[in-house]
Write a protein of this length. Structure first.
Length: 99
């Protein structure tokens, strides 16, 4: 039997806590014109990723936990479902980048 701590990233549950703090750089948006001539927006969304820590889920199983921290200004944009998905995708990408 394999120890739970020796499981790979994809073999065990992982929690990502999305957090907010003023010490992280503010997001920036830039209006652009796409190749089709339509206006759009590019975002710079700075974040910080914590070190991996081991925790337990509600069933006492071992899981990995990371905190991904964005600036407090990001909160006001989370009312838009597309932006909420963008933040979630950015947090997941941030975890992959530290592995």
């Amino acid at each position: 039997m394999t120890s739970e701590i020796s499981k790979t990233f994809f073999d065990q549950k992982c929690f990502i806590n999305v957090c907010f703090h003023d010490n992280v750089e503010k997001p920036e948006q830039e209006t652009i014109t796409g190749p089709d001539g339509k206006p759009g927006t590019n975002w710079k969304l700075p974040y910080r990723v914590s070190k991996l820590r081991y925790d337990q889920d509600t069933r006492k199983g071992l899981c990995s936990t990371y905190d991904v921290v964005f600036n407090n200004d990001v909160i006001k944009f989370l009312v838009h479902p597309e932006f909420k998905k963008f933040v979630a995708d950015t947090a997941i990408d941030g975890i992959h980048n530290v592995l």
